[in-house]
Design a protein around this ligand. Sequence first.
Ligand SMILES: Nc1ncnc2c1ncn2[C@@H]1O[C@H](COP(=O)(O)OP(=O)(O)OP(=O)(O)O)[C@@H](O)[C@H]1O
Length: 582
Amino acid sequence: MRATIQKLRQLPASLQGLLLTAVALLVLLASGPQSYNGYVIQLICVYAVAALGLNITTGFAGALSLGQGAAFALGAYVTAVLAGTYEWPFWLALLLGAVSGLVAGAATGFPAGRLGVIGLAMISLGLVLVVNDMLIQFRGVTGGMFGISGIDARLWFKSDPVDSLWVVPAAIAVVTGLCFWLHSRYRLSRLGQATVAVRDEPIGASALGVSGYLTKVAAFAAGSAFAALGGGLFAYLSAYISPDAFSPNLSILFLVMVVLGGSGSRLGPLAGALILVLVPLQLDEYPHVNTIVYGLLLIVLMRLRPRGLFSRSAAPAPKALQHVTDAPAVPVPARESGEPVLTAHDVKRSFGGVYALNGVSFTVHRGEIVGLIGPNGSGKTTMLNVVCGLYPPTSGRVVLQDTDLSGLSPEAIARRGVARTFQTPKTFPGMSIEEHLALAAPAGEPDPELLAACRQAVRRLLELGGLDPADRAAMTRESRAMSHGQLRFLEAATAISGCPRVLLLDEPAAGLSASEIEGFERVVADVAAAGVAVVVVEHHLDMIGRLVDRVVVLDLGTVLWEGPPAELHDVDSVRAAYMGVR
Ligand SMILES: Nc1ncnc2c1ncn2[C@@H]1O[C@H](COP(=O)(O)OP(=O)(O)OP(=O)(O)O)[C@@H](O)[C@H]1O
């Protein structure tokens, strides 16, 4: 069973979608499209479509939505009004139903996308209650409590309803397969990778140029479109709809389908829909205990599989690593410092009136490695945070070549070529190594020499972490299982794979062994030799002595001394402030 699932997982998404449609059609053929079993199979498909949509919003984007039932109801009513009242063709009624969900999802996502998990849950729950009430109140359109009947499938405007019993079942089977394919494509796309990155580590994602807000709005819109399409299919399946079919419980049911199946996984929503439609129907034969057994079953399943039945969320990122594995070894040029790349001009940054940076100025040149050192709390990390846009400066400016970075968002600064690592690696647990590198891949056409050097550096960093870039299985595994050292190398490899102009490294040696530090130093030196300006914040003074061209010593938010590392130990003020020697 496990081997079969493994093989099915490895099929391309398009084939998986086709297979799903074929299986649904075969089962429908065996049971008869008008039979009770046929109805149940179609209901599973319809709910699966809505659950796949919710998996985009909640699973991929991590936005807890309790409002999937509202989009489902909206799609059902838009489709039912167009099909029943205006006698539109079924394909167009379904399409417009889905579009209504897309628009409603985007309209919800724009204000809701900036809220935290609880705020989002509250807004979406409010939406379900509002929509449910509107279905009753706007009876001129919705039929109020009586609902809408006569929802017949037509091929063209005002034509007679189609005779065939197969139109609706076939449409349901095809749309389910199509939605599964679209859902998988979404996860595999750059947008999907960005969405998961924001879910797992929003600050790390912003450092790669990803806008968290837009990924959430897109996920809301896509998730609602799926739900509305499911709702439209439900209207045709039932031929009659009323508000009773869309109680707030429906949204909870969709959520449980996603969580039970495995939030964020690609097969989970299908499994969730299958189980949560079939199990209650089987239990209906035992009316006194059915709810108790159903509840206990859910508890036991979640206890045994806390991340759901299908927990794997990482997806292959085709060709992401080919350029790394196939890259020929490149000779490393001698390192020379060139023109200024990054300049801090009198940067101040205060927190509640206390200045963490109080007028810091320094310059980093092309190909140069600058060590930013100083005692704990002297402002080193704050300086990196100001450069990469996480903290806007209180006053002063940071200039990247000719661009003033002050006031730009972290995403905008990252897109201009500033990459960084963090004291604690901000990698994305639900994404594979391949996906990390694919997400960070440069958007434009970088200088070929820089590109070759960066690819070589990425390969060597992965190897330093004991990861073989040619080992496809390892490269497609979720990074959540990786050790601290491996994550450090992965984070650095990710930052470098974007071919940055400036590389900021925050305590890269922390937690690494002596040999790992040495290997890391060689990679950083080679990247600098290819023209990248590097700033290293580090307490490991031996590493600083070996690696950097120039040291900038911070103390209490000001530059205490600047010069070559060899002279560091001879400067009294540095010894006093930094090493505690008075
Ligand atoms: N978000 C924040 N809110 C309030 N104070 C902050 C914030 N970030 C930094 N600080 C303060 O700014 C000062 C400088 O902190 P910073 O982390 O930049 O020092 P550091 O030199 O990197 O220290 P370490 O070597 O321990 O990492 C500290 O006093 C710190 O408490």
